[in-house]
Write a protein that binds this ligand. Structure first.
Ligand code: PLP
Length: 387
């Protein structure tokens, strides 16, 4: 029997065995020629996957929150206006980060399960001079997908920089950084990028790098400052040794393997697969009467799904039964509805059979609590999507 459970949460996720094997390779020096090659190659692959040929990639040891922190601390100066377009928990986090660096923050807060209307954003951008705005691509607390393209278009009209928190989206949701004009697209290794946790990843546009270069005040962040890391990224790309802080060599080798797998599959196909799986999964759970947190399917993420427990279902017992079935799902994260819903991650290297196993676990746990539905229906629905 496999002594492990299927990890179907919105990060960390199931990773490809080849990525795990790379984690177990002999640890080399951070200036060993083979590691310099892996680091340089990873930076080049990021540009391709982010679709940002002129962007400046950064790979830093830390979690996704460090990438959020770096994006803001390098661009914001005290007193700048910043706009947060919030669809849940991670919009709130961006407000806190911006406040830490002295920005005047305005938050446009969507209702739970909804997005912020474009007209509201347009109106706010016209009301004063905003240095930057932040968008959460997929808010992991609600499973709501925001369309960055149209928001960034508005931002550009108002000469406002844009930061896309892609932590639960990049490499799973369509993102064309350069074509859409997004200034920073950031993520963490443990979500759709498909690597164990521990890396902050971001790509900055030329405009973002110019804004940083032309600062009037020093960056109020030591570890995350571009001043310290840009020369390191440049050196690795030129295949030269350098040092600021020791890079996590095993994780970066694993990153190289995962980025190579994504690149070989083609990012377009990878995103299309996420779309198909998400649609089929949504059909499946909706066919047995489950209700999603996002108000409609058009704004539901393709990397994860947030689902309300039906009336009368005990959430803790439900997830415990699911774990006994061999599948790990996540509970709620959004403070206002925390106990009322659960979350499933379906991104990265997962397969159709992983989703079938998840549906089986969900049905079994619901059945055990006498939820009234046609047993087996969600699985038939999922399979018929691909038949
Ligand atoms: C997970 C997540 C984060 C935080 O990432 P950590 O790696 O936990 O620091 C930020 N934003 C979004 C949208 C996320 O899903």
């Amino acid at each position: 029997m496999k002594n492990r459970k299927l990890l179907m949460i919105p990060g960390p996720i199931e990773v490809d065995p080849a990525v795990l094997r790379a984690m177990g390779e002999v640890t080399t020096s951070h200036v060993a020629p083979n590691f310099i090659e892996s680091f340089g190659n990873s930076l080049e692959l990021m540009r391709k996957i982010w679709l940002a040929p002129k962007g400046q990639p950064f790979i830093i040891a830390g979690s996704g929150t460090l990438a959020m922190d770096m994006a803001v601390s390098n661009l914001i100066e005290p007193g700048d206006n910043a706009l947060v377009i919030s669809t849940g928990y991670f919009g709130e986090r961006y407000k806190n980060i911006l406040t830490t660096y002295g920005a005047n923050v305005t938050v446009l807060q969507a209702e739970i399960g909804d997005t912020v209307p474009l007209e509201t954003i347009e109106k706010e951008l016209s009301s004063k001079n905003y240095k930057l705005l932040t968008i959460t691509h997929v808010d992991t607390s609600t499973g709501v997908l925001t369309d960055p393209k149209s928001i960034v278009h508005l931002a550009q009209k108002h000469n406002t920089l844009s930061i896309l928190d892609g932590v639960c989206a990049t490499a799973g949701e369509e993102t064309q950084q350069e074509a859409w004009g997004i200034d920073i697209v950031l993520t963490g290794s443990q979500k759709a990028i498909g690597v164990p946790p521990g890396l902050a990843l971001l790509v900055a546009s030329e405009k973002a790098m110019d804004t940083w270069k032309n600062r009037k005040t020093p960056v109020q962040n030591y570890y995350g400052s571009f001043t310290n890391w840009l020369p390191i990224m440049q050196a690795y790309e030129e295949r030269k040794p350098s040092y600021f802080g020791t890079p996590p060599v095993n994780l970066i080798r694993a990153l190289e393997v995962s980025l190579t797998l994504i690149h070989n599959e083609r990012i377009k196909n990878r995103v299309a697969t996420h779309l198909q799986y998400a649609k089929a999964f949504r059909n499946a759970v909706q066919s047995i009467g489950l209700q999603l947190v996002p108000k409609n399917n058009e704004i539901a993420a393709h990397t994860m799904t947030a689902i309300y427990y039906p009336e009368g279902i005990d959430g803790n017992l439900f997830r415990k039964d699911i774990a006994e079935f061999g599948v790990i799902l996540a509970g709620g994260l959004h403070a206002e509805i925390k106990t009322k819903y659960f979350r499933i991650g379906h991104m990265g290297a997962i397969t159709k059979s992983d989703i079938v196993a998840t549906l089986s676990a969900i049905e079994s746990a619901l059945h055990k609590q006498n939820y009234n539905f046609e047993f087996g229906k969600s699985i038939r629905e999922f399979l018929s999507y691909f038949a």
